[in-house]
Each structure stands twice: as structure tokens, then as C-alpha cells.
Design a protein around this ligand. Structure first.
Ligand code: NDP
Length: 241
């Protein structure tokens, strides 16, 4: 018997889909037969087989235009992956207001801007799945990441609250909390710190973007995760809180 995640021909929007974890999500969804739209901010490298839209998640009007564009080109949106995110790390006394604002605006307000124009439509169609990418830092905190951890903890609270509100409309909202994953974001961590982090990970390695993508596909799937909402799936090699 053929088994499927039921994502074929579904329409999914992924923010920050041009590189890192977002690109792995886009590629896996394409392999699963999903109609994928993704946003990118600065990198002009649109992937084949998906709708690439240049947009900044901090810009509310742009994200409303993204939603309208996806609906026009691909049809009603079934899934959203709020993935775009940044770090601007520093120890708190050295953290600037600009560092604080940039990270909160991108990682938390960006989630709001992405979801705001789409959620009412999911409610009206009585179906949909939202996956927000949070972080191990949002659960356990991390040195130099007061701003980032606040944004990611905020995303967890947001997702759990949305799940409660959305349940009556048959719309699900979940978060994925990656541990340390091999992307450009990891490159900004000094080598010495990376070795210390590695020594704390029971699986003795950093994660791969594809390993996060599979958790996202599970949570988007109307087949595999139809009774899963308001939860945080950790993908962290047992690097627990
Ligand atoms: P990368 O730095 O590799 O990629 C970040 C992505 O977000 C890029 O596509 C980037 O676009 C996009 N982006 C950033 N700011 C904006 C913006 N204002 N508007 C639109 N797009 C934006 O990061 P990762 O792939 O590692 O991270 C993806 C998500 O996973 C993030 O939310 C991150 O916080 C989270 N995460 C990552 C972990 C890791 O270890 N790597 C661990 C835990 C969570 P562009 O290329 O145009 O700049």
C-alpha cells in the first residue's frame, strides 16, 4: 500500500527559504510534491520548481503582498513555515538597542507579519498548519543571546496561544526547536565555543538542516500530525534544556 504525508499539491509558504534550514525545508517539500513559495531577503538565487518572492519579514505591507501573490499564483495557502531569523549576539551590557530591535523585529514581529494576512483565511477554509521555527536558546537561554532567546521564547508562547485559538477552526500551530544546526548561523559562533557546545551534545555532532526539515514536514502533514498542535518538537541530538 502506498503511504503519503498528504502534502502533495498543498500550498506552503516558507520564509527565508533561500539558504540554511529554510532551503532544506523548501527542497524536502518539493520532493514531497508540495507547491512551495518561499521568501528571501538579500540573496538572489531563486530555486527551480518553487515560487521565490523577495520580501523582508520585518515589513508588514510586504508580507501582506507576499500572501496575496502566493494565493494568486498557487492558490489558497495550506501551510506556513515561519523560518526567517537572525542573531546579533553580545553580552547584555554590550548589546545595543539596535541589536535588540533587529532581532525582535525579525524573529518575533516577523512571525506576526507573516501569519497575520493568512490566518483569517485558514480559519475561513477550516484547515491549515503553521510551523514556527524557534530554538533551543528560547527554551534554555544561551550566553550572549538575551535578545535572540527572548525572541524565540516569545515565538513559543505565541505558537501555543495561537494553537488554542485556532483549534476550533481545524488549524494547527506548532513549533520546531532546533539545537545547533550546520548553517551560516553556526559559522558566527567562535570555534572554542563550538567545541564546548559539541561536548554537551549526546549525539556528538551538530544537526543537519535536512533533519530539521523532516520535523517540519511531519508537523505540516494533515496525515501524520493531525492530532498534534500547540507543541514544540525538539531536534537537538538530546542537547536538552
Ligand atoms: P541562516 O542564517 O542560514 O538563514 C537565515 C534565513 O533567514 C535566510 O534565508 C535569510 O535571508 C532569512 N532572513 C533573515 N532575516 C530576514 C528578513 N528580515 N526577512 C526575510 N528573510 C530573512 O539561518 P538558519 O537557516 O540557521 O536559521 C533558520 C531558522 O532556524 C532561524 O529562525 C533560526 O533562528 C533558527 N535556528 C537555527 C539554528 C542553527 O543552529 N542554525 C538553531 C536554532 C534555530 P537572506 O539570505 O536573504 O539573508
Amino acid at each position: 500500500m502506498k503511504v503519503s504525508l498528504g502534502l502533495e499539491d498543498q500550498v506552503v509558504l516558507v520564509t527565508g527559504g533561500n539558504r540554511g534550514i529554510g532551503a532544506a525545508i523548501v527542497n524536502l517539500l518539493l520532493d514531497l510534491g508540495t507547491k512551495v513559495a518561499y521568501t528571501y531577503r538579500s540573496d538572489d538565487n531563486p530555486q527551480m520548481g518553487s515560487l521565490a518572492i523577495k520580501a523582508d519579514v520585518t515589513d508588514e505591507a510586504s508580507m501582506a503582498a507576499v500572501a496575496a501573490h502566493v494565493e494568486e499564483k498557487l492558490g489558497a495557502i495550506d501551510g506556513i513555515v515561519a523560518n526567517a531569523g537572525i542573531t546579533q549576539d553580545n553580552f547584555f551590557p554590550k548589546l545595543t538597542t539596535a541589536d535588540w530591535d533587529a532581532v525582535i523585529d525579525t524573529n518575533l514581529k516577523g512571525v506576526y507579519n507573516t501569519l497575520k494576512p493568512i490566518i483569517p483565511k485558514m480559519y475561513a477554509q477550516r484547515s491549515g498548519a503553521v510551523v514556527c521555527i524557534t530554538s533551543i536558546s528560547g527554551e534554555r537561554g544561551n550566553l550572549g543571546q538575551t535578545n535572540y532567546a527572548a525572541s524565540k521564547a516569545g515565538t513559543i508562547g505565541f505558537t501555543k496561544s495561537l494553537a488554542l485559538e485556532a483549534a476550533r477552526y481545524n488549524v494547527r500551530a506548532n513549533a520546531v526547536a532546533p539545537g545547533f544546526i550546520q548553517t551560516d548561523m553556526l559559522k558566527s559562533i567562535p570555534e572554542k565555543v563550538k567545541q564546548k557546545i559539541l561536548s554537551e551534545i549526546p549525539l556528538s555532532r551538530f544537526g543537519k538542516p535536512e533533519e530539521v526539515a523532516w520535523a517540519v514536514a511531519f508537523l505540516l502533514s494533515p496525515v501524520a500530525s493531525s492530532y498534534v498542535t500547540g507543541t514544540v518538537v525538539r531536534v537537538n541530538g538530546a542537547h536538552h534544556t
